[in-house]
Write a protein that binds this ligand. Structure first.
Ligand code: ADP
Ligand code: MG
Length: 702
C-alpha cells in the first residue's frame, strides 16, 4: 500500500542504511520516506544556461562549461592544494580544492569538457572557484532534468557521504517507485481546474526534478497553494463550527446611552477610521453570531474611545461589559478616563484588580452579579473564579499580546446566562494584514489607520556617542520647558545581568549630567517588585520626577502626555516593532515630541535599515511590513503557536496574493457547505483530518 510505502523508515531505503538514517533524523528530522520526499530542494542549478567565463561576477553562484587545460597539486607546508584551469571561448578560470584532492585529481582529465558550478571569488586578482561542483559534459544526465535540485545538507551528512548529490539519487529512486502507485488528489476537481493547478503527482515529481522552468513554477504553485489553503480552511472551518455551536447575543438597538454620549459628551469628532470600525463592530454584535474581532491601531489612534462606544451599545441592550488591561496602571488610567467621560450619563463603572480587597471587593462582586455595574474595568483579576456577571455581553481586551488564548476563553464562562460575550481584542502592535489573516484567522480584523487631527508627528533622530554632549544639552532645554524624558536601555532575557549593569552605569552617568536635588530621576527595571515599579511609574506620571530611566519594562499604553522625549540607548539591539512601541510613549500631548535613537558607530546592514525606517516613518503598518521582511514571520509575536512555521514553500511575505486567494476560496466553500458534507468536498474534510489528527473536533464530524 502507498501508505505503508510512505511510512517506511528511511533506514530501509537503498543507499541509506541505519547510520545515515540516524544522522538524517537528528539533523533534518527526516525519518520516513514521506519526510524525504517532502524535503524539497532549496535551489536548482539551471544546466540549460552556462555563462561565458568573462561575464562571471563574484559572490554569486555561476554555472560554466569549459575544457580543462591544466591541473597541478601544489604542496603547502602542511596541506596540499589542487589547482586546475578551465577555459572557454571567452576566458580562463581557476578551480581550487583544499580537500579530497586525490579523489578529484583522479576524476580530472586534461582536454576533457566539464560543467562547473559554484561561487566565484577573486584571489590575488585571479578569478577562482573553490570546491566547485563538477560534472563531465559527456556523462551529464540530460534526459532526467536540466534543472538539477540542490538539497540542504549538514556537515555530518556530507561526511557520511550523503550530500546533496546522494540525496538526489535516493529521491530519484523513491519517486520512481512512488510513481507506480496511484497518488490520490487532496483537492476537489473544481479547485484544481479552476486554478489550473497541476496534479499532486506532477507536483511531487516536478518539485524535485523539473524538466523546465514552467513545470517548476507549476509544482511550486500547487504545493504552496495546498499549504496555505488547508491552513486557512482549517481555521475558518473551526471558526464556523464554533459559531454554529455558540450563538451570540443580539444587540439590535443603538439607544439612549450611546446617542446621549455621542451627541452630548463626546468633545471631538470621531475620525473616519473610528466611525468605520464602530460600524463593523455594531454589525457583528447585531448579527446573531458571537463577535471575535481584533482591533489594530497605532498608539493614540483612539482605540479606547471605540471600546467605550461599543460598551455603550451593550448597555443600550441591557448587557454588561468588561474592559481588561494588562497592568494595574493601565487599568487605572482607563478607569479614570472612562469614569470622567461617563459622568452624568448614569452608566455605572467599577474597578477591579488584585489590589481591590476586603469590603470594597465584596461590594464590586455583589453588584456585578446583581447587574448594577454596567462596565467593569480591571486587570487579570476580572478572570478569577469569584467574578461572576449577571449578563456579560461584551469583553474588551486591551493590548492583547499580553493575554493568551486560554485567558480569552475564560471570559466565555463568566456570565450567569452562560452565553459567551462578544469579544473585542485591541492592540497597538500592528501586524501586517496578511500575517494577521494567518495567525488570527479566527478573528475578524479591524484597522484604525488614521490619527485624530492635530497630532504633531514625532521627530525621530539618529545620534551616536559623538553627539552625546549635544543630546544632553537638548534634554536640559526640554526639562527647562517643563517636559519629561524617557531613557530606555535594552533588555535581552539571556543577558539580563549584563543589561542591568548597563542600566546602572547609564544611571550613574546621568546623575552627573543631571545632578540631584535639582533633577529627579526615576528608575524602573525587570528585577524590581511590581509594586515598586508601579510606584515609580506613578511618580513619573504625576510629574514628580523629570527623567524615567528604564529597561523595556515601560508599560505599554501608559499615558504621560507631558513626556516629550524618548531616548533609546543601544538602539541597534532593539527590534523594529519594539522601537516603534517605545516611541509611542511620547507624542501624546500638544507639544512637539522627539525620539532620539542612540547607537554605536558600527552597525550591521539590518540595524541600519531598522534605524533608517524609524527615522523615515511614523506609520506602524509600514514599519510592521519592513519588520516582517527583515525577520521573516517566524519571529513575530504570536506566529510561533500559529503553525506559520509549518509552511515549507509558502512564503508569507512573497506570496501575499496567494494567501488572499486561498482564504477567499475557503470562505466561499464554507459559505456554501459549512459542514463540508457535499460529495465533492468530502475530500477536504478527509484531508483536514489527516493533517490535524489531534484536533478533537474532527472526531465529531465523521
Ligand atoms: P489608543 O488606545 O489607540 O492608544 P486612545 O483611545 O487612548 O488611543 O486615544 C488617545 C487620545 O486621543 C485620548 O486622549 C482620546 O481621548 C483622544 N482621541 C480619541 N479619538 C479622538 C478623536 N477622534 N479626535 C480627537 N481626539 C481623540
Ligand atoms: Mg490604548
Amino acid at each position: 500500500m502507498l501508505k505503508d510505502f510512505l511510512n517506511t523508515e528511511i533506514a530501509f531505503v537503498k543507499g541509506i542504511g541505519p547510520i545515515k538514517a540516524e544522522a538524517l533524523s537528528e539533523d533534518l528530522d527526516i525519518k520516513t520516506i514521506k519526510d524525504l520526499i517532502y524535503h524539497y530542494p532549496f535551489r536548482y542549478i539551471d544546466k540549460t544556461v552556462v555563462s561565458p567565463i568573462k561575464d562571471i561576477t563574484t559572490e554569486v553562484s555561476v554555472h560554466i562549461k569549459g575544457i580543462l587545460i591544466s591541473k597541478k597539486i601544489v604542496k603547502a607546508s602542511r596541506t596540499s592544494i589542487l589547482n586546475a584551469t578551465l577555459k572557454d571561448s571567452s576566458g580562463f578560470i581557476e578551480l581550487t580544492w583544499f580537500k579530497g584532492i586525490k579523489y578529484i585529481d583522479k576524476y580530472l582529465d586534461l582536454n576533457k569538457e566539464y560543467y562547473a558550478y559554484g561561487k566565484a571569488s577573486r584571489y590575488k586578482g585571479k578569478l577562482t572557484i573553490a570546491h566547485p561542483e563538477l560534472e563531465a559534459v559527456q556523462s551529464a544526465n540530460k534526459t532526467l532534468s536540466h534543472f538539477e535540485p540542490v538539497y540542504s545538507s549538514t556537515e555530518k551528512l556530507n561526511r557520511l557521504g550523503f550530500d546533496s548529490k546522494a540525496k538526489r539519487k535516493a529521491i530519484e529512486n523513491i519517486l520512481n517507485k512512488l510513481n507506480t502507485y496511484e497518488i490520490a488528489e487532496t483537492l476537489p476537481n473544481y479547485i484544481v481546474s479552476k486554478l489550473k493547478l497541476c496534479t499532486r503527482k506532477q507536483a511531487l515529481n516536478w518539485i524535485h526534478f523539473p524538466p523546465d522552468q514552467e513545470s517548476l513554477t507549476k509544482a511550486n504553485n500547487r504545493i504552496k497553494f495546498e499549504e496555505v489553503f488547508f491552513f486557512q480552511l482549517k481555521m475558518l472551518y473551526s471558526k464556523s463550527q464554533m459559531s454554529l455551536k455558540f450563538k451570540g447575543h443580539i444587540f439590535e438597538k443603538v439607544g439612549t446611552y450611546f446617542n446621549l454620549f455621542y451627541t452630548k459628551k463626546l468633545s471631538f469628532e470621531l475620525t473616519n477610521a473610528q466611525k468605520r470600525v464602530i460600524k463593523e463592530i455594531r454589525s457583528d454584535m447585531g448579527s446573531g453570531m458571537q463577535m471575535n474581532r481584533l482591533l489594530q491601531g497605532d498608539v493614540g489612534s483612539g482605540k479606547t474611545m471605540v471600546g467605550l462606544l461599543s460598551m455603550l451599545i451593550a448597555k443600550d441592550n441591557d448587557y454588561q461589559s468588561v474592559l481588561m488591561a494588562p497592568t494595574e496602571i493601565l487599568a487605572q488610567q482607563h478607569f479614570t478616563s472612562i469614569t470622567e467621560s461617563l459622568s452624568g450619563t448614569g452608566v455605572q463603572a467599577a474597578f477591579l484588580s488584585g489590589s481591590v480587597k476586603g469590603k470594597s471587593r465584596k461590594k464590586v462582586l455583589h453588584h456585578l452579579k446583581e447587574g448594577s455595574i454596567d462596565i467593569l474595568i480591571g486587570t487579570h483579576a476580572v478572570l478569577e473564579d469569584p467574578v461572576v456577571f449577571k449578563n456579560l455581553g461584551l469583553a474588551i481586551i486591551d493590548e492583547q499580546h499580553r493575554f493568551g488564548v486560554m485567558q480569552r476563553s475564560r471570559l466565555w464562562t463568566k456570565s450567569l446566562d452562560s452565553k459567551p460575550p462578544h469579544i473585542l481584542v485591541m492592540t497597538a502592535t500592528p501586524i501586517p494584514r496578511t500575517l494577521a489573516m494567518t495567525i488570527y484567522g479566527d478573528l475578524e480584523v479591524s484597522i484604525i489607520d488614521e490619527l485624530p487631527p492635530g497630532r504633531k508627528a514625532i521627530h525621530t533622530l539618529h545620534k551616536t556617542e559623538y553627539h552625546r554632549p549635544q543630546v544632553v544639552e537638548f534634554l536640559h532645554q526640554e526639562i527647562k520647558k517643563g517636559r519629561q524624558i524617557y531613557i530606555v536601555y535594552p533588555l535581552i532575557e539571556e543577558s539580563e545581568k549584563l543589561d542591568l549593569a548597563d542600566l546602572q552605569q547609564g544611571y550613574e552617568k546621568l546623575l552627573q549630567y543631571f545632578p540631584p536635588p535639582k533633577y529627579k530621576i526615576s528608575i524602573v527595571h525587570g528585577r524590581m517588585k511590581p509594586r515598586d515599579k508601579d510606584l515609580e511609574m506613578q511618580r513619573f506620571a504625576e510629574g514628580t520626577t523629570h527623567i524615567m530611566v528604564a529597561t523595556t519594562v515601560i508599560e505599554v499604553g501608559v499615558n504621560v502626555p507631558n513626556a516629550s522625549v524618548m531616548v533609546i540607548e543601544n538602539t541597534e539591539r532593539f527590534g523594529l516593532s519594539q522601537l516603534h512601541q517605545l516611541r509611542g510613549r511620547v507624542g501624546r500631548g500638544a507639544e512637539q515630541s522627539y525620539c532620539i535613537l542612540m547607537s554605536g558607530y558600527k552597525l550591521s546592514k539590518e540595524a541600519r535599515t531598522r534605524i533608517k525606517t524609524m527615522v523615515e516613518t511614523n506609520d506602524g503598518f509600514q514599519i510592521a511590513e519592513v519588520d516582517l521582511k527583515l525577520r521573516g514571520p517566524g519571529d513575530i509575536q504570536g506566529t510561533r503557536q500559529s503553525g506559520v512555521k509549518e509552511f515549507k514553500l509558502f512564503n508569507i511575505v512573497a506570496d501575499q496574493e496567494m494567501l488572499a486567494t486561498s482564504r477567499k476560496i475557503a470562505q466561499i466553500i464554507l459559505e456554501k457547505d459549512p459542514q463540508l458534507e457535499h460529495p465533492e468536498n468530502l475530500i477536504l474534510i478527509k484531508r483536514l483530518k489527516y493533517l490535524n489528527p489531534n484536533e478533537k473536533d474532527w472526531g465529531k464530524i465523521s
